[in-house]
Design a protein around this ligand. Structure first.
Ligand SMILES: [Zn+2]
Length: 251
């Protein structure tokens, strides 16, 4: 928790006291970062341990104001052991522009995350935020939060942190395609092979998951969700057309 808090700060994914992290300790306890502290200055003794209802079991500080979001994810995803929430600038820029990162532009991202949907806006620290995330949590491992930031979660805190890096890195790549004025999304057989690879990869992971039936259900939902979310619906497309006709006009 201390290390990944420092890494979030070093990479500029959080400013001031932004962001929060948590990890599942066992079936009943979650360790969460405290509220109101820079993620670059945390010590192990600053952490707060809560139960699944959010009651403080250990720690001297007040728990993160986004605790409800963490508890929601742990409740809906028994396979999740670590959660990272941050405001990485490029991905958050997409979230503030109302754009999901759902274009199959980079093969590793299709395998690793499928796509990254955009949850509707919810006021931080209120049930609105959890309500906005709830329909997406079972199907995705990273979510853009409208006008707010990103949440990523995985079977370990380390993997959750890495998903956060992947989201921001992918957002930077997607931004470059926007700057270039065109995109060349993966499609057809190439995309099908990646989706198959993702299913195999996820299947391998689920073998070690605690609740295989729920995880298997999630995977089914997930592949379905990916199939629909990978449709090319991004507002960039008309611009592509403009770009091409502009080239034509100029040539
Ligand atoms: Zn936040």
């Amino acid at each position: 928790m201390v290390l990944f808090g420092q890494m979030l700060h070093q990479r500029g994914y959080v400013a001031a006291t932004d962001g929060n992290l948590s990890a599942r300790l066992d079936d009943h306890r979650i360790v969460v970062t405290p509220t109101g502290m820079s993620k670059s200055m945390l010590r192990a003794s600053d952490m707060v341990v809560v139960d699944l209802e959010g009651r403080r079991l250990a720690g001297n500080r007040n728990v993160s104001s986004e605790l409800a979001m963490h508890l929601l994810i742990y409740r809906l995803r028994p396979d999740v052991k670590g959660i990272v929430h941050a405001h990485p600038p490029t991905a958050t820029g997409f979230a503030a522009a109302g754009l999901p990162l759902n274009q199959p532009l980079v093969c590793e991202v299709v395998i690793g995350l499928g796509s990254i949907p955009l949850a509707k806006y919810g006021t931080p620290g209120t049930p609105e935020l959890s309500d906005a995330l709830e329909p997406l949590v079972p199907q995705y491992d990273a979510i853009l939060m409208s006008n707010h930031g990103v949440v990523a979660y995985a079977d370990t805190l380390h993997h959750a942190y890495m998903k956060m890096e992947t989201v921001e890195h992918f957002a930077q790549i997607a931004l470059v395609t926007h700057l270039l004025g065109r995109q060349q999304p993966l499609e057809g057989e190439d995309l099908e092979k990646l989706k198959l690879a993702r299913t195999k990869y996820q299947g391998a992971n689920s073998a070690t998951a605690q609740t295989c039936s729920i995880v298997a259900g999630n995977h089914r939902d997930r592949s379905h969700a990916n199939a629909s979310s990978l449709r090319l619906e991004d507002p960039i497309r008309p611009r592509n057309k403009d770009f091409r006709s502009q080239l034509k006009a100029e040539s």
